[in-house]
Design a binder for this molecule. Structure first.
Ligand code: NAI
Ligand code: MG
Length: 349
């Protein structure tokens, strides 16, 4: 029996509700498969920890996490009490960067039993591969001349290593899907970073003659997500472009509450981190009405990464069967509580 040691960080708000829900589903599928099991270790890190200790996680937190196979995270943020840049950079971004989780993968797919806000969703099934370590989200820049003539500068950083790595990952993924990669660019507006991005894409694609490609400017691509999402298979994007595009991906699926994500260390040198796209949703926290599907689908991505895609498929089938039976939380037009949805999914595994 294979045992996976998973570090669990439920975080704040609805994170502490949806994480235990997803763990019930993962334990059930593991038991059903009978070849592997999970050993969950909880860490109470987040904004309440910050209020008590003055830091989002202990100084040796990263070293502690390195002892685990993977990290399963809910959401972090209590914006009324702790500024978002403190909570985000003190935990999430710290883990992503120090664990070299350089690739962020986020599917956007029309699930059976769900209404998309699009009139013609045409069964879209997209995988956005986002560069997760550099790009527009860099700590390079500064502010000078505080006051009236103030200047703020934020530098984007694109290295050949990270750019090539994310593109190769996208091409490898496309081999196992529908054989198409779209590059998100903006080389008509950004005169250094994106022409470089385009050059590297043109080089990398030479190594994958069997894969079809397209290059779209990010603004047009955002419009295509609404007009013809079925045109896309794998999309490779920089950190900022991928971030924005995947919120749109969540929206066309029907709710951000169902969108999953994985921060991958593809070299498997350190643990990867699996966390849904949504945040801590303070407006609905504590009410028992959060949609658990984003967290559960995130668990499915962890199963895939651990090498159990057949278990992952069963989880997806149970989610879709539950939606088709009309058992849905309020964000997707239903009246069920989170616990009712979880119970229905468990019953279908
Ligand atoms: P949010 O994703 O928490 O909420 C946006 C809207 O979507 C809210 O109306 C919320 O009720 C709804 N929503 C989100 N998840 C849902 C679910 N599972 N079921 C039903 N409805 C759901 O984003 P917001 O409000 O911008 O941020 C709140 C806090 O979360 C902030 O502190 C922010 O920094 C943090 N955040 C953390 C993230 C993370 O930990 N990965 C990601 C995004 C935001
Ligand atoms: Mg985002």
């Amino acid at each position: 029996m294979q045992t996976y040691k998973i570090a669990v960080i439920p975080g704040d708000g609805i994170g502490v509700e949806v994480v235990p829900s997803a763990i019930k589903v993962l334990d059930k599928i593991a038991k059903k498969e009978g070849t592997f099991q999970f050993e969950w270790t909880y860490f109470p890190w987040g904004c309440e920890y910050y209020l008590e200790h003055g830091e989002m996680m202990p100084a040796d937190g990263i070293e502690t996490l390195k002892q685990y196979d993977q990290i399963f995270l809910g959401a972090v943020g209590m914006p009324d009490i702790v500024p978002d840049h403190v909570s985000l950079w003190g935990l999430l971004i710290k883990i992503r960067r120090e664990m070299k989780q350089a690739i962020n993968v986020r599917p956007a797919k029309l699930l059976k039993g769900l209404d998309s806000p699009l009139k013609n969703p045409n069964n879209f099934d997209i995988m956005v591969v986002r560069e997760n370590s550099e790009g527009e989200y860099s700590e390079s820049g500064g502010r000078i001349h505080a006051g009236q003539d103030e200047i703020a500068m934020q530098n984007a950083v694109f290295t050949r290593k990270a750019t090539e790595r994310v593109m190769r990952y996208a091409f490898e993924l496309a081999k196992h899907s529908r054989g198409h990669v779209t590059s998100a660019t903006k080389s008509n507006g950004l005169t250094y970073s994106m022409p470089f991005w385009d050059e590297v894409f043109a080089e990398v694609k030479q190594d994958y003659p069997e894969i079809d490609t397209a290059v779209n400017h990010i603004d047009a691509l955002a419009a295509f997500f609404v007009m013809k999402p079925q045109a896309f298979d794998v999309i490779v994007a920089s950190n900022l472009f991928g971030d924005i595009l995947t919120d749109l991906g969540g929206a066309i699926m029907g709710s951000i509450g169902i969108a999953p994500a994985a921060n991958l260390n593809i070299e498997r040198e350190y643990p990867s981190m699996f966390e849904p796209v949504h945040g801590s949703a303070p407006d609905i926290a504590g009410k028992g009405i959060a949609n658990p599907i984003g967290q559960i689908w995130t668990g499915k991505m962890m199963l895939d990464f651990l090498g159990h895609p057949e278990a992952g498929e069963q989880v997806m089938a149970a989610i879709e069967a539950t939606l088709e039976a009309g058992i849905k939380t309020g964000d997707i037009g239903g009246t069920a509580t989170m616990d009712e949805v979880v119970k229905a999914i468990l019953a279908r595994i």
